[in-house]
Design a protein around this ligand. Sequence first.
Ligand code: ATP
Ligand code: MG
Length: 249
Amino acid sequence: MIPKNHPRYQSLLSRDKIVNAYKSGILADAGMIAHGRGEAFDYLIGEKTTNTAEKTIETAAAALILAKDPVISVNGNTAALVPEHVVNLAGILNAKLEINLFYRTPERVKAVWNVLKDHGAEKILGTENEDFKHVKGLNGPRSNVSPEGIYNADVVLVPLEDGDRTEALVNAGKFVIAIDLNPLSRTSKTASLTIVDNIIRTMPCLIDKVNKLKNKDPEELNKLLDNFDNIDNLKESLKVMLNSIENFE
Ligand code: ATP
Ligand code: MG
């Protein structure tokens, strides 16, 4: 048990979840390395959602509300850290959930499926018994997407996606929302919108923003998107990181 008053409580709790998910077959070993890389960047933003990230989360909420066919893609890290929020968000948006794993095995797909089911998910796409379609520009099982899900989606939320898939989904004409603590990653640079924040903070904040904006005039929501530029957004996030180094004392 991690004592609640430990100064690194949240971080240790996340690590615990990541390690347990690895042990129970939800997460590939490489998922633990990805988590560590994220932690390093989290230090640089002070382990809190920055004002820039919050504004970007609001714009992401607008894109998801305006979407005709939104899909939330779920990988091992997401299933390990925020399964309850993922299922909740899908319910609020009437979005589809699709399992999408970099290191895909039938056992891991089943393990992620179980986690989502345990948290109340009804329908889960991306399982082994579907007639998968292929996304252009990718090879092998990583190119597989569900014909009912990502293949036809207009907006896809891909927390912690890899760069190649992000690029392929953008090239397929989709509005791709990434959550990635590393503003320099290829994922961050190629996504349509990148939330530079920890997924454990982003998801509850995104749910809150969706609830606040869902009855707004679509014109108002469109304005948020019109005023958004992802490279400017990434530069702002990098500035926060540079400031934290410059102001070190
Ligand atoms: P590229 O995008 O350049 O192709 P990659 O996808 O190969 O890089 P990975 O290590 O596979 O890089 O991606 C994991 C990414 O997820 C890292 O950039 C890391 O910063 C980010 N990440 C890890 N844990 C979290 C988290 N809890 N919240 C948000 N982002 C995270
Ligand atoms: Mg990446």
